[in-house]
Design a binder for this molecule. Structure first.
Ligand SMILES: NC(=O)c1ccc[n+]([C@@H]2O[C@H](COP(=O)([O-])OP(=O)(O)OC[C@H]3O[C@@H](n4cnc5c(N)ncnc54)[C@H](OP(=O)(O)O)[C@@H]3O)[C@@H](O)[C@H]2O)c1
Length: 221
């Protein structure tokens, strides 16, 4: 059992919360324009979930999921307070308004810098919320990859265990400087927006590590 704090329990964060409860984890959901909706969502998840403020979600969490629209990341982080030492999984993609990365900088590297002292990782960002909800907990042979990137190997190992517990296949793609293929927009030569399974993931990791273009996008039955 892992104590999970969720900042932004919407499409993606809400999926993660529901799947985490199903896997036996404890969850605090937070950040909403309507606290009553948040409380109702937590109640629907059952006794292993409660609603709180972002600060309450982060406090005592072994793993914090940041899952808010790009334009409100700073507002969410302000409500969360310090994340120094916290293990954070960032699910965000850069759409819409708000400050963004410099040319050549990944969104992950940009966001990691907004979280001073955090053990930053990025995952759950490449597939639509609907697809993630549909494919979680598939049998091992067709399990869908959740890519993970970050510069802290120990943090990525914790996230990999968590991702596995939710019913996906965790694959470590590399460091923050190398994870551009995980990031929006959907395009040829990127894993963003595409389903991957184990056999095809290995070729992607090898290519990214070698600085080569990744193999063509796989298609599954
Ligand atoms: N949706 C997808 O398919 C998908 C897939 C991969 C990655 N992502 C990325 O993951 C992140 C989360 O996406 P999402 O689709 O899950 O987002 P979302 O459902 O639109 O929003 C997440 C949560 O943030 C809260 N929120 C939004 N604006 C707020 C504000 N001004 N003040 C307080 N709370 C606010 C919402 O709560 P209330 O509505 O209750 O206010 C909502 O529950 C985004 O960065 C997105 O790009 C999304």
């Amino acid at each position: 059992m892992v104590k999970i704090g969720i900042i932004g329990a919407g499409h993606i964060g809400g999926n993660v919360a529901r799947q985490a409860v199903r896997a036996g984890h404890e969850v605090v959901v937070s950040f909403s324009r309507d606290p009553e909706t948040l409380r109702a969502f937590a109640a629907d998840l059952g006794e292993r979930a409660v609603a709180g403020t972002p600060r309450e979600a982060v406090t005592g969490a072994e793993l914090t999921v940041l899952s808010v629209p790009w334009g409100v990341i700073d507002a969410a982080l302000e409500q969360a307070g310090t994340l120094d030492g916290a293990l954070v999984v960032d699910t965000t993609n850069q759409f819409g308004p708000g400050p963004g990365p410099e040319a050549g900088q990944t969104a992950a590297a940009f966001n990691a810098a907004r979280l001073p002292g955090a053990r930053y990782t990025k995952s759950f960002n490449t597939l639509t919320a609907g697809f993630q909800a549909q494919v979680a907990d598939r049998p091992l042979e067709t399990r869908v990859v959740q890519w993970i990137c970050g510069d802290d190997p120990a943090a990525k190992a914790v996230v990999a265990d968590f991702v596995d517990s939710l019913g996906y296949l965790p694959i470590d793609l590399g460091g923050l400087a190398d994870c551009a293929v995980m990031e929006s927009p959907r395009r040829p030569g990127a894993v963003y927006g595409e389903e991957y399974r184990r056999a095809d993931a290995e070729g992607v990791v090898a290519a990214v590590r070698a600085g080569r273009p990744i193999p063509p996008t796989p298609a599954y039955e």
